[in-house]
Design a protein around this ligand. Structure first.
Ligand code: GLN
Length: 467
C-alpha cells in the first residue's frame, strides 16, 4: 500500500507506463496468507518489484515505449517475470524507457521523459538557486540516464525495492549511477532473455536495479539459471540461495585500472573518486595495477554497426500484420508496411533500422558487419587477457559525470549522446555499478566493477565490501 501511494505521489516523475495495482494487491494478499498459514515463502515473497516495459507480462500491456506496441497485451510472461512471480514478488507495474531501449537518457519514449528523483533533493535545489542561469523549477530537472530510467526512478523514489532493467550497452548501469542505485548486468547467458523484447540479441541481458548489493544478489539468485526457451542460457552452477559473505577479504585481490578509460571528457569529480577508490583497495592490502585494454577506442563504432544490424533484423517482425500498430492505408502491402513503420517507430528506431540495413547490404556485409564482429572479438579478448594476467576485478567509472539537466541533454541527438554516455559500459559483458558518493551538487556518482564472465558472485562480493 505504501509503495502504491508513493507511485501516485511521484507520478510526475513519469517512471511508470502502467501501474498494475490490482495485480500487486492480489499478490500481496496471497503472500500474507502464505505467511500467516506458516507456508514456505519464496525468496522474494511480498517484495514490491517493478519491471521495465520491454519484458512481456501476461495480460499486462507491454509497449517498449513505442507507438508500435501501444495496446499490445502479451499472452505470456518473460521467463524472468515468471520467476519473480514464482518467488512471491509483487508486480507493481511496467516502467518507462527509451523507445525499444535505444538511448541513454530515458528521454526518447513515446510516453515522455523520465525525471530523476534527485532533481528534487533539498541540497540540489539549494545549489540550483545559487546559479543565476538555472531555469525555473518546472523545466529544471535532471535526466535519469537510460534506457532503464523508469526502473531506476521507481527504485530511487521508494515505489519498489527492486526493478528489472535491460542492459545491452549500459542501460541498467548508467541510470543506476545517475539515480544513486546498484545496477547490475549479470553474465550473458546466466539469466534468460526469453520474453525480453530484443534490442541486440547478442548483447542483451536482463539487468537488476536495487538499493544495495545484497538485494541485487537476492534477485539474481531468483532469476539465474538455464531456460529451455533461451538457447543462449548456460548450465553454469549457481549456489542457491545466492548469498554474499558479510565480511570479504580483499587483501589478496588484484584490481586493474584500465588506462584507456581515463578520457579527457571524464569529470574531475568522478576521476578523483575513481582514484580514491583505488587507494582504498590498496590501503586494505589489495594490489592495484594499471592495465591496458588496447581496442577500447573501437568499441563505440563497433557497437554501432553490430547494434544497428541486429536492430534492422529484429524490427522486421513489426510489419503491421502480426501484432502491434497497423496504419489505415491499404492500397498495397508495401504501402501498408511503410506507413505502419513510419507511424509506429520514432526517428531513433527508424534511423537505426536504416543504418543496419545499409551495413547488411550484400556489398557492405563483409566490410562492416563481419569486420565489426572481428573487432568485437578483439575487444572481448582485451578483457580476457587482463583477467588472465592475474587481475580479479577491473575498477572504472560508470559514467563521465553526474546526471545532467534535461535541457542540456537534449541539445545533442540520441545517437551522439548514446555513443558518449556508454563509453565505459558498452564493451562490457558482466559488471555492476554502485553508488560511491555525492558530487558537489549533491548528486550521486557511481563506479563500475567489471568481472570475468560467470564470476558474478565474486564480483558482487567485492562490490559489497566496497559499498
Ligand atoms: N545506449 C545504448 C543504445 O542506445 C545502450 C542501450 C541499452 O543498453 N539498452 O543502444
Amino acid at each position: 500500500q505504501k509503495c502504491l501511494s508513493l507511485i501516485k505521489k511521484t507520478k510526475f516523475l513519469n517512471a511508470y507506463i502502467t501501474v498494475s495495482e490490482e495485480v500487486a494487491l492480489k499478490q500481496a494478499e496471497e503472500s500474507e496468507k502464505r505467511y500467516k498459514n506458516g507456508q514456505s515463502l519464496g525468496d522474494l515473497d511480498g517484495i514490491p518489484i517493478a519491471v521495465k516495459d520491454n519484458f512481456s507480462t501476461s495480460g499486462i500491456e507491454t509497449t517498449c515505449a513505442s507507438n508500435m506496441l501501444k495496446g499490445y497485451i502479451p499472452p505470456y510472461n518473460a521467463t524472468v517475470v515468471q520467476k519473480l512471480l514464482d518467488q512471491g514478488a509483487l508486480l507493481m507495474g511496467k516502467t518507462n524507457l527509451d523507445e525499444f531501449a535505444m538511448g541513454s537518457g530515458s528521454t526518447d519514449g513515446v510516453f515522455g521523459p523520465v525525471k530523476n528523483p534527485w532533481s528534487y533533493s533539498k541540497q540540489y535545489r539549494e545549489k540550483r538557486k545559487q546559479n543565476p542561469h538555472s531555469e525555473n523549477e518546472d523545466s529544471d530537472w535532471l535526466i535519469t540516464g537510460g534506457s532503464s530510467g523508469g526502473s531506476a526512478a521507481a527504485v530511487s523514489a521508494f515505489t519498489c525495492y527492486a526493478a528489472l532493467g535491460s542492459d545491452t550497452g549500459g542501460s541498467t548501469r548508467n541510470p543506476a549511477a545517475h539515480c544513486g542505485l546498484v545496477g547490475f548486468k549479470p553474465s550473458y547467458g546466466l539469466v534468460s532473455r526469453h520474453g525480453l523484447i530484443p534490442l541486440v540479441n547478442s548483447m542483451d541481458v536482463p539487468g537488476i536495479l536495487t538499493r544495495c548489493v545484497d538485494d541485487a544478489a537476492i534477485v539474481l539468485g531468483a532469476l539465474a539459471g538455464p531456460d529451455p526457451r533461451d538457447s543462449t542460457t548456460v548450465h553454469e552452477p549457481i549456489n542457491k540461495p545466492f548469498m554474499l559473505p558479510s565480511l570479504a577479504d580483499v587483501s589478496k585481490l588484484c584490481i586493474g585500472i584500465p588506462k584507456e578509460y581515463l578520457v579527457p571528457e571524464l569529470s574531475s569529480e568522478v576521476q578523483s573518486l575513481w582514484s580514491k577508490a583505488a587507494d582504498l583497495f590498496e590501503s586494505e592490502g589489495a594490489k592495484v595495477i594499471e592495465v591496458s585494454l588496447p581496442h577500447t577506442s573501437y568499441s563505440i563504432v563497433c557497437y554501432h554497426v553490430l547494434c544497428t544490424s541486429e536492430v534492422a533484423s529484429n524490427m522486421a517482425r513489426f510489419d503491421g500484420l502480426q501484432y502491434g500498430h497497423r496504419c489505415d492505408i491499404d492500397v498495397s502491402t508495401e504501402a501498408m508496411y511503410a506507413a505502419t513503420r513510419r507511424e509506429g517507430f520514432n526517428d531513433v528506431v527508424r534511423g537505426r533500422i536504416l543504418s543496419g540495413n545499409f551495413f547488411l547490404l550484400k556489398e557492405n556485409y563483409e566490410n562492416y558487419f563481419v569486420k565489426a564482429q572481428k573487432v568485437r572479438r578483439l575487444i572481448a579478448n582485451d578483457f580476457v587477457n587482463a583477467f588472465n594476467s592475474g587481475v580479479d576485478v577491473l575498477l572504472t567509472p560508470t559514467t563521465l559525470s553526474e546526471a545532467v539537466p534535461y535541457l542540456e541533454f537534449i541539445k545533442e541527438d540520441n545517437r551522439t549522446r548514446s555513443a558518449q554516455d556508454d563509453i565505459f559500459t558498452q564493451a562490457v559483458n558482466m559488471a555492476v555499478s554502485i553508488p560511491v558518493a555525492l558530487s558537489n551538487q549533491g548528486l550521486p556518482i557511481g563506479l563500475q566493477f567489471i568481472g570475468r564472465a560467470f564470476c558474478d558472485q565474486q564480483l558482487l562480493t567485492v562490490a559489497k565490501w566496497f559499498e
